[in-house]
Design a protein around this ligand. Structure first.
Ligand SMILES: Cc1cc2nc3c(=O)[nH]c(=O)nc-3n(C[C@H](O)[C@H](O)[C@H](O)COP(=O)(O)O)c2cc1C
Length: 196
């Protein structure tokens, strides 16, 4: 089993990465591989704004090979950072291989806007039939440097438990498949635009 994580920060080895690494360590202890891809240090424009699609297409082609996903972002002005939002808008508009695979969303901030940012990130997996994995608090760490993040004892525990919970649910899904318990069929989506 494999988990793919995305870091929305332009700081590849910053605070968001520190939070993702805590989750990765727990997954490893449970025998689950993971990979972190930094998307925040790339130029990614929003849907319909043109730009190079090759990176998004390459990521989209990898989604089918992973069993779970972690979306991590720094908080900018009480929201996930702009590059991460553009990335997610484009990836989810392109890729149809996420359905029924567990996901969690985590943020790193200095002080404020964390829950609002987690709420924004959660909207993506919730639109695509993805079970959301949670911990014993909202998925946030606090700090301006990775060193500070590691001093956020409560945040570290939240990430550790999140990793273990993700591992547990991945194992439950595997066990279900081995015992012929398959996910429900997903119907074609009805879009009404509120017009009858
Ligand atoms: C443009 C910008 C806006 C920010 N806005 C906020 C904010 O609204 N609330 C907050 O607590 N921290 C804010 N921060 C601080 C970062 O969220 C915080 O340092 C975070 O841990 C950085 O994560 P990273 O190292 O992965 O980039 C902001 C930082 C930048 C560069």
């Amino acid at each position: 089993m494999k988990v793919l994580m995305f870091n929305g920060s332009p700081r590849e080895n910053g605070c968001t990465n520190a939070a993702l690494k805590i989750i990765a360590d727990q997954l490893k202890k449970e025998g689950i591989e993971s990979k972190i891809i930094c998307v925040g240090n790339r130029e990614i424009s929003g849907v319909g704004a043109g730009g190079d699609d090759a990176f998004i297409k390459e990521i989209a082609s990898q989604i089918k090979d992973y069993d779970g996903f972690v979306f991590g972002s720094p908080v900018y002005y009480a929201s996930p950072n702009g590059t991460m939002i553009s990335f997610l808008d484009r990836l989810f508009a392109t890729c149809k291989d996420f359905a029924l695979k567990p996901a969690c969303c985590v943020v790193s901030c200095r002080r404020g806007g964390a829950t609002a940012s987690v709420d924004v990130l959660n909207k993506y997996p919730m639109f695509y039939n993805m079970p959301l994995i949670s911990s014993n608090y909202w998925n946030m760490v606090h700090g301006n440097s990775p060193k500070e993040v590691l001093k956020d004892e409560e945040g570290v525990q939240t990430m550790e438990l999140l990793g273990r919970n993700m591992a547990y649910f991945l194992k439950c899904i595997k066990c279900g498949k081995e015992n012929n318990l398959f996910p429900p069929e997903i119907p074609n989506k009805i879009k009404t635009n509120y017009i009858r």
